[in-house]
Design a protein around this ligand. Structure first.
Ligand code: OGA
Ligand code: MN
Length: 201
């Protein structure tokens, strides 16, 4: 049995999973330090919504800042992340026949008060995103600091605290979700497993 078997069974069964052991605490701490460093160096930009022609900065909808990972030139911690993601991609394809072909990922920083309103990760003009994957980097995050990811289900909702090492996976075309404002700066790595666009085949 592979280490992702339980999470993959949950995705098959309910469309989402919360996983704790994608990476070691040391790797998470290193990624958190890198994100903090890049933030200090002002290497982030305000996140937008939509794709290509429909892209826009809308701080009334989302007020986080992002910095895309450059896959060909990973730091040691990013290399561990890409390796774990690749292992997960292969298992998802093997177990769920998903034809996931690639992965894109960015660091995200939500300064205190920042949020991302209820949305879907699948754009209306792009169908490549299949599974959303957010890995949280915040050590000793307290519940009263807020910053939960709220995932909307057909019969209610549930919330995940952005605590270091927690990884949330869900079907990008199915689940509306939002990021609630926090009182502390909130660090994460968000990515999407992608298939080849059906529109261009
Ligand atoms: C996103 C998103 C969730 C989170 O970036 O699209 O929904 O918990 N992120 O950071
Ligand atoms: Mn999202």
């Amino acid at each position: 049995m592979n280490r992702f078997a339980e999470a993959i069974a949950e995705i098959a069964h309910q469309g989402y999973a919360v996983m704790k052991d994608l990476l070691s605490p040391e790797a998470i701490a290193a990624l958190r330090a890198e994100a903090g460093q890049l933030w200090q160096e002002e290497d982030f930009r305000a996140a937008g919504i939509g794709r290509s022609g429909g892209y826009a900065i809308r701080s009334d909808i989302r007020s986080d800042h992002i910095r895309w990972l450059n896959e060909p030139a990973p730091t040691p911690a990013q290399k561990l992340y890409w390796e774990a993601i690749e292992e997960l991609r292969q298992e998802l394809n093997r177990e769920l026949f998903l034809s996931l072909a690639s992965f894109e990922s960015h660091f995200a920083i939500y300064p205190p008060g920042a949020f991302y309103q209820k949305h879907l990760d699948r754009f209306s003009n792009a169908d490549e995103r299949v599974i959303s994957c957010t890995l949280y980097l915040n050590e000793n995050w307290q519940a009263e600091s807020g910053g939960q990811l709220r995932l909307y289900l057909s019969d209610g909702s549930f919330e995940v605290l952005p605590e270091a090492g927690t990884c949330v996976l869900f079907r990008s075309d199915t689940f509306f979700h939002e990021v609630l404002p926090a009182t502390e700066t909130r660090f994460s790595l968000t990515g999407w497993f992608r298939r080849r666009s059906l529109a261009t085949i």
